[in-house]
Design a protein around this ligand. Structure first.
Ligand SMILES: Cc1cc2nc3c(=O)[nH]c(=O)nc-3n(C[C@H](O)[C@H](O)[C@H](O)COP(=O)(O)OP(=O)(O)OC[C@H]3O[C@@H](n4cnc5c(N)ncnc54)[C@H](O)[C@@H]3O)c2cc1C
Length: 386
């Protein structure tokens, strides 16, 4: 019997599995692979099928900044444990109207955690990033070595590989049922039934829709569209030192090479106006689609205004993804039953990648029953129900 069955080998679940194996637990990790043919796929999808997620300590929320800092500090360990590199320290730039409250919050949280960053006024921004077009009276914070982007695809692979090397049993087909039984829990896939003392459900946007938790969580799953512009030649050279960015109401990833061999700059926004996805059919339709045409037009306008050298490039495409939100803004990492047989670790709140290793650590502490050796109090991570 496994001590913990982790359902979901995404950024949080695979991190939890790695930490559990380091704690000496006997772990089974149910981690379906990314589909090779999206249209013909009949299983689940995930929010880590991409090559760029911004990572940074700077954040207006101290809990997110703290968990990001702790995760970033462990990136080298995860890369060494797995042999899979995933972090590119391209830096991170946050910019906003000079004197704005948001800028002050990023600054004070970053300062309190000892993050290394520069404060730039409009002239400083224009001098440092000549390829970006900033409005007058803009100020920015530029974080260096600790920030940039991770490949979420490779980060998930690295966590899974490190867990496997640590002794975890890997199952590659999705769980269809998680059932409490006498003395533990059973997790069924189409092929096998696993038995463990407890299960940790970390199935991201699929957690409610696939009925993996005893009762539905208050988890808002939003349909997100991103726009990617292919860059090469002189434009690629001009953007060679571009950092990851948050500003102009959007987030942007610098030029990154994708599995098709091409290099793309990416933009996304993500607001409450985006469609809510509730059912397995909703999720399936969204992941097989091309996203919102309105978003495509709107995001292209933002990115070409901010980065004028991208104007006129016509190799543009969209991709789809989902983000999952909790009511309290932090992941829900909690037991779902009085007997402590089923726990959950879900809700990246649109920025779960950067902090995922540390949320996985918190989940591993919870399910292993160890002392709560984590800076975020467990009562801030409670499960909420709709
Ligand atoms: C477009 C976009 C841009 C983003 N940008 C950023 C960013 O710049 N920085 C940042 O920090 N975060 C970013 N995020 C958020 C980040 O990607 C998520 O917060 C993070 O992936 C959440 O991790 P997770 O483990 O909860 O979910 P996921 O990473 O989606 O993992 C869930 C896992 O569960 C598995 N699963 C689902 N159903 C089952 C089942 N039935 N049985 C077994 N396994 C199952 C899936 O295969 C998947 O591997 C972005 C998200 C999106 C969509």
């Amino acid at each position: 019997m496994h001590s913990t069955i982790v359902v979901g080998g995404g950024l949080i679940g695979a991190a939890a599995a790695r930490h559990l194996t380091r704690m000496g637990e006997e772990v089974a990790l149910i981690a379906p692979e990314e589909p090779k043919d999206r249209q013909g796929h009949t299983g689940v999808f995930a929010s880590h099928y991409d090559e760029g997620r911004i990572t940074r300590i700077l954040d207006p929320d101290a809990a997110w900044a703290t968990t990001a800092a702790r995760s970033i500090a462990r990136y080298a360990e995860i890369e060494a444990d797995s042999g899979i590199p995933f972090f590119s320290p391209a830096g991170f730039l946050y910019f906003k109207a000079a004197g704005s409250d948001a800028l002050a919050m990023y600054d004070s949280v970053g300062t309190s955690l000892g993050a290394q960053f520069d404060r730039l006024d409009t002239a400083g921004l224009r001098g440092r990033f000549p390829y970006l077009s900033f409005p007058d009276d803009t100020a920015g914070l530029h974080e260096h070595e600790t920030a940039g982007y991770v490949s979420p695809r490779k980060l998930a692979a690295a966590q899974i590989e490190a867990a496997r090397r640590g002794g975890a049993t890997l199952v590659r087909s999705p769980a269809v049922r998680v059932t409490p039984v006498t003395g533990g829990v059973e997790v069924e896939t189409a092929e096998i039934t696993l038995r463990g003392r407890r299960a940790l459900v970390a199935a991201g946007g699929f957690t409610n829709a696939w009925g993996l938790v005893p009762k539905p969580l208050d988890l808002k799953v939003f349909a997100r569209t991103v726009v990617l512009i292919r860059v090469e030649g002189a434009v690629l050279a001009e953007l060679a030192d571009m950092p990851s960015l948050v500003g102009a109401g959007a987030y942007l990833l610098p030029p990154i090479r994708y599995p098709d061999g091409q290099v793309y700059v990416k933009i996304g926004v993500g607001t409450d106006a985006d469609e809510r996805l509730e059912t397995a059919a909703d999720l399936d339709r969204w992941f097989k689609g091309t996203g919102s045409a309105d978003n495509r037009a709107e995001f292209l306008e933002i990115i070409t205004t901010l980065i004028p050298c991208l104007k006129g490039l016509d190799a543009v495409h969209t991709d789809t993804c989902v983000t999952s939100y909790s009511p309290h803004g932090l992941p829900m990492i909690d037991w779902l039953d009085d007997d402590h047989r089923i726990a959950v670790a879900v809700a990246g709140n649109g920025k779960g990648a950067k902090s995922s290793d540390d949320w996985g650590y918190a989940a591993a502490l919870l399910v292993s029953g160890r002392d709560w050796d984590h800076p975020i109090a467990p009562d801030r991570l409670r499960a909420a129900y709709s």
